[in-house]
Design a protein around this ligand. Structure first.
Ligand code: IMP
Length: 422
């Protein structure tokens, strides 16, 4: 396997966790380069369900090194909980996990601000995961953030933390929210810092040396293309670069060392949180929710659902330079008939081939659909593409053609075995 960037081609929750887990079999190192514990990657391994938030999915396989890169925002307390939770399930975590000393920290005032900002926005809220991600990246951009390297120096950390809490408490108090207790946070974070110390390293140097030795790296994207801070449906986005470029800045590995970009997309579309979803369809959402599907791994929220949107995925192919596609959740459409595919948008009487930049304009786009007959039978047991119903095969082929990249994988269920390679 070449050095691969794996990217969500829609609004997140494309089933990346499972595809990453499958690809990890051939990688030496798995890197997270953006986002924080807003992500929730679900992996089913030996009939057990694991939900990973900060730790790369490679941790479930022996002999793989997992790196939390400089571009990730890390809540150290949540990371310790995740490590201890995995250890209880029998997953060994030691030298197979590395944490960048340059990664920024998520602190309790980030979470409090995230919540307050959402409350104040009312109907215009983003629908964040309330994990403090936006305010943490805000501090990073404002050059006032605390980093893992600070946490590794207790005296310095406490001093910086005290000043930050003082500043943020004035803001929180002005907003009518409860102030943060410095002593409690300081103790809690320093304790987490002590537990994380063995994992902290200059991960940029580690990755460059590993690449020189010919090791193969998988960059696991979190969230999806349309949640990207630059290219997504702003302001209804997350605060990091979820697109392919984020893998370089968030890990310190330069673009010319990347060999391929694999885009993961669902056979339909989902979104959690607010913002436009042009192909949203309540009937399809009902069907999927009744099947017990499409509930968020991080917040448990029911995801909004819609038809496959080829306008969006074609754009995602362009931004990310997607070479290959993995289509997931094809089985979600097993009993849906007919199946609609969005092949264009109409806005104010004009046909659009790309999503407009403006959120209000996107919300006013009317999808132009094509209809395909459903296959009305289960795809769960297929072991190779030829065992899929021919209508299901045609559907997968057609949506990848519309997207404009080569189809290389189809997933028809949550387990590793339910992955068909083309
Ligand atoms: P934040 O990242 O918590 O600030 O949330 C911003 C937007 O991104 C909201 O619409 C969230 O629902 C969405 N979001 C954040 N993380 C994920 C994810 O892992 N999957 C899907 N949506 C996400």
């Amino acid at each position: 396997m070449a050095n691969t960037i794996l990217i969500g081609a829609q609004w997140g929750d494309e089933g990346k966790g499972k595809i990453i887990d499958v690809l990890t079999g051939n990688a030496d190192i798995v890197v997270r380069s953006q986002g924080g514990n807003n992500a929730g990657h679900t992996v089913i391994h030996r009939d057990r369900k694991y939900i990973l938030h900060l730790i790369p999915s490679g941790i479930l396989r022996r002999g793989k090194v997992c790196v939390i890169g400089n571009g990730v925002v890390v809540d150290p307390v949540a990371l310790v909980v995740e490590i201890e939770g995995l250890r209880k399930l029998g997953i060994a975590i030691g030298r197979n996990l590395m944490l960048s000393d340059c990664a920024h920290l998520v602190l309790p005032y980030h979470r409090a601000l995230d919540e307050q900002r959402e409350l104040r926005k009312g109907h215009a809220r983003i629908g964040t995961t309330k994990r403090g991600i936006g305010p943490a990246y805000g501090d990073k951009a404002a050059r006032t953030g605390l980093r893992v390297s600070d946490l590794m120096q207790p005296t310095l950390f406490s001093k910086k933390l005290q000043a930050k809490i003082r500043e943020n408490n004035s803001i929180l108090q002005a907003l009518g929210a409860r102030p943060i207790n410095y002593r409690e946070v300081n103790e809690q974070y320093l304790a987490a810092g002590r537990k994380l110390a063995p994992f902290v390293a200059n991960t940029v140097v580690y990755l460059h040396r590993a690449l020189q030795q010919g090791k193969e790296v998988l960059f696991e994207g979190a969230q999806g293309t349309f949640l990207d801070i630059d290219h997504g449906t702003y302001p209804y986005v997350t605060s990091s670069n979820t697109t392919a470029g984020g893998a370089c800045t968030g890990s310190g590995v330069p673009p010319h060392r990347m060999d391929r970009v694999l885009g993961v997309m669902k056979a339909y579309t989902t979104r959690v949180g607010e913002g436009a979803l042009p192909t949203e369809d309540e009937g399809l959402a009902d069907t999927l929710h009744k099947m017990g599907r499409e509930f968020g791994a991080t917040t448990g929220r029911a995801r909004r659902c819609g038809w496959f949107d080829a306008v969006a995925t074609r754009y995602a192919t362009m931004i990310n330079g997607i070479d290959e596609l993995a289509i997931t959740n094809l089985d979600g459409l097993d009993h849906v008939d007919p199946i609609r595919i969005c092949i264009g948008y109409r806005l104010n009487g004009k046909r659009l081939k790309v999503p407009p930049c403006d959120a209000a304009q996107l919300a006013n786009c009317e999808p132009i659909y094509e209809e395909l007959p459903g296959w009305k039978e289960s795809t769960h047991t297929a072991k190779k593409p030829s065992q899929l119903p021919s209508k299901a095969r045609k559907y997968a082929k057609y949506i990848s053609e519309l997207t404009g990249a080569k189809l290389s994988m189809i997933s028809v269920g949550p387990s590793r075995g339910q992955t068909l390679f083309l």
